[in-house]
Design a protein around this ligand. Sequence first.
Ligand code: TYD
Length: 134
Amino acid sequence: MGLTELIEFDVIGDDRGNLVSLESFKNIPFDIKRVYYIFETKHEVERGFHAHINLEQVAICLSGSVDFILDNGQSRKTVLLDSRSKGILIKGLIWREMKNFSKDAVVVVIANNYYDESDYIRDYHKFLASVKNT
Ligand code: TYD
């Protein structure tokens, strides 16, 4: 099973600069219900450390860079997000961690559902048990 999929966005550029447009079921492969962003992350902070039961998300690093660590219970992969024109699609039972935020990192996350704490698995051992049961 693939851990993640990178989505390359078309950049609409002209002599004034660049623009990227994100649209449900076009370059974002689901109905967009929520957008949140992470910024001013303190030095050495690591975030994430959870999986979702149902949620699908696309994360884009709009400024600076961050490492996304993705784990499907069998293998682990680190993806450096450092481009405004690339998004990482995270769906299915995937444990994610975010590390090495640059000082200027701004990460926007597009999701197919509202915030729901009951959709989170925040314990790595429970995550591994859930992977075994699927
Ligand atoms: P948390 O899931 O710990 O963030 P991360 O996975 O990036 O480390 O979320 C931090 C807090 O923000 C937590 O109290 C839940 C809350 N939150 C919302 O209220 N809405 C949201 O859309 C998200 C992502 C988090």
